[in-house]
Design a protein around this ligand. Structure first.
Ligand code: ADP
Length: 693
C-alpha cells in the first residue's frame, strides 16, 4: 500500500505542478508575447534605421561617383578637342611645338604631346614641363603598341580614341600609369597625348571628391591602377561605388571608397529617437505590467474577501434581509430563503411593481406576510419608513412560509448606513423561534400534566377517604332496610307491599353503592381486583336501567346489538359497568342539542374482536369489543388531542375525569379504548376486554 502511495504521490505532484505551470503560462503568455513583439519591433526599427543610413551614404557615394565619371568624361572630351585645335587647318606647323607646350602647361594630366604621321612615325613631340621626362623618343617608336591600338581605333572611328592603360616604369624606381589619346587630323597623321591617369584624376575630378574618400582607377578584376585620396581609417566601414567610364577604344573603371564611422547601434538621430521611444515604450510596458500585477493582486484579495463574506452570509443560520428606503427587498441570504421557503427572485419580484409607482405611499407587500396580518404589517412598515419608529429594536412577529404555515420570528432591525454615512435602507436579522416556542409549549404541557397528576392524587385520596366514610352510613342504610323488611314481613300486601318493594330497591342500591365504593377504593389503592368471567349481556343489562332513565329524559332511542355465541369477558364487572355507563352518558350528552331532535340514537354493540388497540396484529388471545355509538356533535381535532387528559372537559358541570378513568380501567384489563367518527355523524367509542378461558 505504501508503495502504491509512493508511486501515486509523485504523479499527483507532477499533475499539480503541470496545472500550476499551465496557469502561470496562461497568465504570462500575453505579456511575453507583447515583450517579444516590442523587442522585435525595436530591433527591426533600429536595423531599418541603420540600413536607411547605409543606403543614404551609399547613395551619396554613388552620386559622387557618377559626378566624377561625368567630370572625367567631359574633361577627356574637352582635352581631345583642345588637342585637335592645335592642328587647325591652315595653321603653321612650325608653331605646333609652342602651341603644344602652352597646352601642356594648361593640362597637367598630360605627360607628352606628339604629332605623328599617318604611319605613326613621330614628327614632333613636346614633354610636360611639370615632370621629369618619363617618355622619350627611344621608347616611343612607330610600332609602340598602345599608340598603334589607339590610333587604329581612332582611324576606324574617325574620332579621338584611347588606348588601354599601361605602366611605364621610371628609372629611379616606381612608375606611372599611362593612357594614350590618339586624335586623327584632317591632313593625315595623328596627334597623340599621353595621359598620366593619376594626374587625370587630380585635374579632372573635383577636389571635394578626394577629400575623405579614395578615388581610384581599377582594372575589371579590381586591381588598383592608380589611387588618390585619404587612406582608410581603422574602425570605420568602407562604402564602395564603382562605375565604368566607357571611352572610345578602351574602358576605365572608376572606384570610389568612402569611409564612414560604421552605422553602429545608434547611427543617427532618427534611430536614436526610435530607440528612445522604444525604451520609453518598454518602460511603460514594465510599469503597465507592474500595475496589472498590483491590480490582479487587489482583485484576488477582493475576490477572497467577497468569497469569505459570501461563505459567512451563506453559513449563518440567522436570516438576513436588506431593504432600500422605499421598502423594496435588495438582498436576502440563503438562511432567510430557507426560513420562508421563497427563492430570492420570488422575494424580489414584488419590487418591480412598486418601482413602477414611485410615489406610492404604502410599502410593498412581502410574500411571507400572513394574509390576515398583511395590513397591520404594511402599516408598521410604512411607519418605519416614515421614521416613526426607533432605529434599533427586537420584536416578535409571525411570518408565513410558502406552504402557508405560520411561524414565529424574532426580528432585529437596524438602519443600513453606507460608507458615506448616509442611510440607504434597513438591514434586518431574523431568528426562527418556532422550535423555542414548541419547547416552551411542551414544558407548559408537562407542567400542567404534573399539576393534574397532583390533583388526581388528591382526588384519589379524597375518593378513598369518602369510600371509607361512606361505608358506615351505607351499612346503616342496608341494615335499616333489612330491619324494615323484617318488620313488614315477607307477605306484606297493598301499600305495605309497595313500601316493602321500595325498601328492597333501597337495600339493592345501597349494596350497589357499597360495591362501587369498594371498587373505587381498590382501584385507587391499586389492589388486585377481583376478575371473573362475566357474560357481556349481564354487563349491558346492569347499566341499561340507569341509561334508560337518562335516555327517556333526553328522548334518545337505545339500540343494543349482540353477536351470537359471545364468550364471557374476564373483568371486574363493577368497573366495566362504570365504563359503559360513562360512555353511554357522554354519548347522550353529545346528542343533547336542539338540532339533533328526532335523530337521537344510542347504539350499544358487543362483538368478537381479533386484535387489540387497532394494531391489527393477532396475538392468539380472544377479545370482546364493546362499542358505544352516537349521532351527536362529534369530536373536533382540538378536543380529540386532549380528550383523555384528566380534568379536560367542555361542559360547565363536567369534571373531566370520566374518559381518563375509563381508559385506565380498560388498559388495566389489557384492552384498549379508542374512538373514531361515526357515520353519518357523531362518534363511536370502542373498548376491548379479554374473553374468559
Ligand atoms: P366530562 O364528561 O366530565 O366532561 P369526560 O372525560 O367524560 O369528562 O369527557 C371529556 C370531554 O370529552 C367532554 O367534555 C366532551 O366534550 C368530550 N366527549 C366525550 N364523549 C363524547 C362524545 N361521545 N361525543 C362528543 N364529545 C364527547
Amino acid at each position: 500500500m505504501s508503495d502504491a502511495l509512493l508511486t501515486v504521490a509523485p504523479q499527483r505532484w507532477a499533475l499539480l505542478a503541470l496545472a500550476r505551470l499551465r496557469s502561470l503560462w496562461q497568465r504570462w503568455f500575453l505579456w511575453l508575447l507583447l515583450a517579444v513583439l516590442v523587442s522585435a519591433l525595436l530591433v527591426t526599427v533600429v536595423w531599418l534605421a541603420g540600413r536607411h543610413e547605409v543606403e543614404q551614404v551609399q547613395a551619396a557615394l554613388d552620386r559622387d561617383t557618377a559626378d566624377a565619371v561625368s567630370d572625367l568624361r567631359s574633361g577627356f572630351q574637352r582635352n581631345a578637342q583642345s588637342l585637335r585645335a592645335t592642328q587647325a587647318p591652315g595653321a603653321d606647323r612650325a608653331l605646333w611645338p609652342d602651341i603644344a607646350a602652352s597646352l601642356l602647361r594648361e593640362h597637367r594630366e598630360w605627360l607628352r604631346l606628339e604629332w605623328r604621321d599617318a604611319a605613326l612615325r613621330p614628327l614632333q613631340a613636346v614633354n610636360t614641363p611639370y615632370r621629369m621626362r618619363i617618355l622619350d623618343e627611344a621608347t616611343r617608336g612607330a610600332e609602340q603598341s598602345d599608340v598603334t591600338l589607339a590610333c587604329a581605333a581612332a582611324r576606324k572611328l574617325g574620332a579621338p580614341a584611347y588606348s588601354p592603360s599601361h605602366y611605364v616604369p621610371i628609372a629611379g624606381g616606381g612608375g606611372v600609369e599611362v593612357m594614350e589619346l590618339c586624335v586623327p587630323i584632317d591632313a593625315g597623321g595623328y596627334l597623340v597625348a599621353s595621359y598620366s591617369l593619376r594626374d587625370a584624376l587630380i585635374e579632372l575630378v573635383g577636389p571635394t571628391l578626394t577629400r575623405g574618400q579614395e578615388v581610384a582607377f581599377t582594372e575589371a578584376d579590381g586591381t588598383r591602377l592608380v589611387a588618390l585620396g585619404t587612406s582608410r581609417r581603422t574602425g570605420t566601414r568602407v562604402f564602395t561605388s564603382q562605375q565604368l567610364i566607357d571611352l572610345p577604344g578602351t574602358a576605365l573603371m572608376l572606384r570610389v571608397d568612402g569611409w564612414r564611422a560604421a552605422p553602429d547601434l545608434f547611427p543617427n538621430m532618427l534611430t536614436a529617437l526610435v530607440t528612445a521611444i522604444s525604451i520609453a515604450l518598454v518602460s511603460v510596458l514594465v510599469l503597465l505590467a507592474r500595475d496589472t500585477r498590483r491590480r490582479l493582486r487587489a482583485e484576488r484579495d477582493l475576490a477572497d474577501a467577497l468569497a469569505f463574506r459570501k461563505a459567512m452570509e451563506d453559513s449563518v443560520i440567522t436570516g438576513l434581509r436588506a431593504r432600500d428606503l422605499q421598502g423594496r427587498i435588495t438582498y436576502v441570504n440563503p438562511a432567510f430563503c430557507e426560513m420562508v421557503g421563497f427563492s430570492p427572485e420570488e422575494l424580489m419580484a414584488g419590487n418591480a411593481e412598486t418601482s413602477a409607482a414611485p410615489g406610492a405611499p404604502s410599502a410593498p407587500e412581502a410574500p411571507y406576510w400572513p394574509t390576515e396580518l398583511a395590513h397591520e404589517y404594511q402599516q408598521r412598515q410604512a411607519r418605519r419608513l416614515a421614521g416613526g419608529m426607533p432605529p434599533r429594536e427586537g420584536f416578535e412577529s409571525v411570518f408565513m412560509r410558502k406552504d402557508g404555515t405560520r411561524f414565529p420570528v424574532l426580528i432585529f432591525e437596524a438602519p443600513l448606513i453606507n460608507a458615506h454615512k448616509v442611510q440607504t435602507g434597513w438591514m434586518s436579522a431574523f431568528i426562527d423561534v418556532s422550535e423555542q416556542r414548541r419547547i416552551e409549549e411542551l414544558s407548559r404541557a408537562s407542567q400542567e400534566r404534573l399539576q393534574a397528576s397532583a390533583r388526581l392524587a388528591t382526588v384519589g385520596e379524597m375518593a378513598s377517604l369518602l369510600s371509607h366514610e361512606l361505608t358506615q352510613p351505607l351499612a346503616a342504610i342496608a341494615s335499616y332496610a333489612s330491619g324494615s323488611l323484617n318488620l313488614l314481613g315477607p307477605h306484606a300486601k297493598g301499600d305495605q307491599g309497595e313500601v316493602a318493594m321500595a325498601v328492597r330497591r333501597i337495600a339493592e342500591q345501597a349494596d350497589r353503592a357499597g360495591q362501587v365504593i369498594r371498587s373505587v377504593h381498590d382501584f385507587v389503592r391499586r389492589r388486585d381486583r377481583t376478575r371473573e368471567p362475566v357474560a357481556p349481556q349481564a354487563l349491558i343489562d346492569a347499566v341499561l336501567p340507569l341509561v334508560r332513565l337518562q335516555a327517556r329524559k333526553l328522548g334518545v332511542i337505545i339500540e343494543v346489538v349482540f353477536e351470537d355465541k359471545l364468550p364471557a369477558a374476564m373483568c371486574d364487572r363493577t368497573l366495566v359497568e362504570q365504563v359503559l355507563l360513562n360512555l353511554a352518558r357522554n354519548a347522550m350528552q353529545a346528542m343533547d342539542s336542539p338540532d339533533n331532535v328526532g335523530s337521537r340514537v344510542l347504539r350499544l354493540r358487543v362483538a368478537r374482536a381479533v386484535a387489540v388497540g387497532g394494531t391489527g396484529q393477532e396475538d392468539g388471545r380472544r377479545w370482546i369489543e364493546f362499542s358505544v355509538a352516537d349521532l351527536g356533535c362529534g369530536i373536533g381535532a382540538e378536543v380529540a388531542e386532549r380528550l383523555f387528559t384528566p380534568f379536560f372537559t367542555t361542559r360547565a358541570d363536567g369534571m373531566g375525569l370520566g374518559l381518563s378513568l375509563c381508559r385506565t380501567v380498560v388498559e388495566q384489563h389489557g384492552g384498549a379504548l379508542v374512538f373514531e367518527p361515526n357515520k353519518p355523524r357523531g362518534t363511536v367509542f370502542r373498548f376491548t376486554l379479554p374473553a374468559a378461558g
